[in-house]
Design a protein around this ligand. Structure first.
Ligand code: ME8
Length: 497
């Protein structure tokens, strides 16, 4: 039986269409999901949309449309992004679906039955943009610490006894250092919890656009309690079958929403006697040409346009390679073009093009039969398999950029091997040796293409198809290319800008 693996993106708000920040989290999860799938895991990869709450209600009202019609329309711009970016998500959840609402109401009942919910009155600040409550001492110059506008609300509300979970959370995190990553973010969360947790308002009476509270339909649930539960509802919770995946859950989120995922969510789960996710990983923030992306600055980058111009593989590569996963990054035109030219066209593209064109023109377009391998041949051929444990660690430690670096080391080594072995000179001097060198090179291209699948699915697919390769999972690295396959005329894999 394959080992279950479960990875999730945040579910995105449908108040506006997606930008490269949303695409980023989805791409990072896709890279990990693809790696795990190729490495023999039974993968579930979830993404979706967060469709309730005041922010969405307001956005729909501003357009003068019914909230359901509004979310139906905007959700499509997020679900369309999945095939566009070549995501391998196994599900796409919308919080307005009945399967989700039923699960949230069930969870609410668990929290109520276990004595974790009481009715009270909330008076305090609320930021619609963040869908978050703020304490008086958090307000800076009349705004939320995030810069969002706040409004004062005072109404009857159900509360979750978050304060009771302060110590259990601290105890849990001291036993599970892997539960919040990277470490710097973990420390921020611990300091926040140590600062004291107040009970959390989890329902609103003045809002209609949400999941009704069981037994008190005057109230709708706080959008974050509703939204966070998507990770369970998509697995079929509370019906049996969700457990094996849930026990392996990894949530990848932006640093903006780590508190919701590492304080509120685990407290709800503990209160409902459910296991906690294995890891919440918070990544950094993308800026554009050194500025914050914002509608008012007009610098929001639409992933649909980037993909239309450069293709999805180029976009994937830049996002996954350029930013150290966890750190903040900058989407600049010069860095983008630089990476495409240097790493894709010059390094990877050139390796495939020079080797496969040479075979096409000088070796009857046929994968040659090798003679005995020399030391240099063996050293190059051993690289991918020898590096596989390193690549596994890099994925498990969320070092996605390092994974790219490691694979490109092999590409660099293969290009140096071409220069050193000079197949063009061997053609006259030693055709048998030329055949061996060309075989080694096609074999290394096969292995590299297997390893680049999580980053560059389309290009890897093209390369493997050219070589007639059918087995594409990591176990097949150990196989060897069969000589005699006739390759089609090679076309450049990457454009140069
Ligand atoms: O917060 N750089 O949805 P959201 C990097 N619905 N990542 C970015 C980014 C940027 N500039 N901008 C957005 C919500 N993101 C809630 C989540 S989950 C139960 C509910 C990514 O549409 C990043 O993953 O505001 C961030 O956490 C997420 O989009 C916020 O998406």
């Amino acid at each position: 039986m394959e080992k279950p693996f479960y990875i999730t993106t945040p579910i995105y708000y449908v108040n506006d269409k997606p930008h490269i920040g949303h695409a980023y989290t989805s791409l990072a999860c896709d890279m990990i999901a693809r790696f795990k799938q190729l490495d023999g895991f039974d993968v579930k990869f979830l993404t979706g949309t967060d469709e309730h709450g005041q922010k969405i209600e307001k956005a729909a009202a501003a357009k003068g449309v019914d909230p359901q019609d509004f979310v139906d329309e905007v959700s499509v711009s997020f679900s369309n992004l999945c095939p566009l970016l070549n995501l391998t998500n196994t599900d796409f959840i919308r919080t307005t679906e009945s399967r989700h609402k039923a699960a949230v109401q069930y969870l609410w009942q668990q929290l109520l039955d276990s004595g974790n919910i009481y009715l009270g009155e909330y008076a305090g600040w609320y930021a619609v943009r963040d869908e978050a409550f703020y304490q008086e001492d958090e307000i800076v110059n009349g705004k939320a610490p995030t810069g969002a506008e706040v409004e004062w609300i005072k109404e009857s509300s159900y509360f979750f006894k978050l304060s009771a979970w302060q110590q259990p959370l601290l105890d849990y995190y001291s036993k599970h250092p892997e539960a919040i990553q990277p470490e710097s973010r973990r420390n921020e969360v611990l300091r926040f919890i140590e600062g004291g947790l107040k009970d959390l308002s989890i329902s609103r009476r003045t809002l209609k656009w949400g999941v009704p509270v069981p037994g008190d339909p005057d109230h709708v649930m706080y959008v974050w309690l509703d939204a966070l539960t998507n990770y369970l509802s998509a697995l079929g919770y509370p019906n049996a079958g969700y457990e094996p995946y849930w026990n392996q859950a990894i949530h990848v989120v932006g640093k903006d929403i780590l508190r919701f995922h590492s304080v509120y969510w685990p407290a709800f789960l503990m209160a409902a006697q459910l296991p906690l996710p294995k890891t919440v990983f918070a990544h950094g923030w993308w800026m554009v040409e050194g500025e914050k992306m914002s509608k008012s600055l007009g610098n929001v980058i639409d992933p649909v346009e980037v993909v239309a111009t450069y293709g999805s593989d180029a976009f994937r590569y830049f996002m996954l390679r350029d930013l150290s996963f966890g750190q903040d990054g900058d989407f600049s035109q010069s860095a983008f073009i630089g990476r495409l030219n240097t790493d894709l066209a010059n390094a990877y593209g050139n390796l495939c093009q020079r080797v496969l064109s040479f075979i096409y023109k000088n070796a009857e377009a046929t994968v040659p039969t090798p003679g005995d391998f020399e030391e240099a041949d063996k050293a190059l051929l051993a690289m991918p398999n020898d590096l596989l444990p390193t690549l596994r660690k890099q994925i498990d430690n969320f070092q996605l950029h390092r994974y790219c670096e490691t694979v490109w080391q092999i590409i660099g080594e293969a290009n140096r091997y071409v220069d050193a072995q000079k197949p063009w000179s061997l053609k006259k001097e030693d055709p048998a040796r030329m055949a061996t060198v060309l075989y080694v090179l096609t074999e290394i291209i096969r292995q590299v293409a297997i390893l680049t699948q999580p980053i560059l699915p389309l290009t890897s697919f093209k390369i493997l198809a050219m070589l007639g390769v059918e087995d594409k999972n990591f176990a097949s690295l150990k196989l060897a290319l069969k000589p005699g396959f006739v390759i089609p005329e090679p076309q450049p894999l990457f454009a140069k800008y």
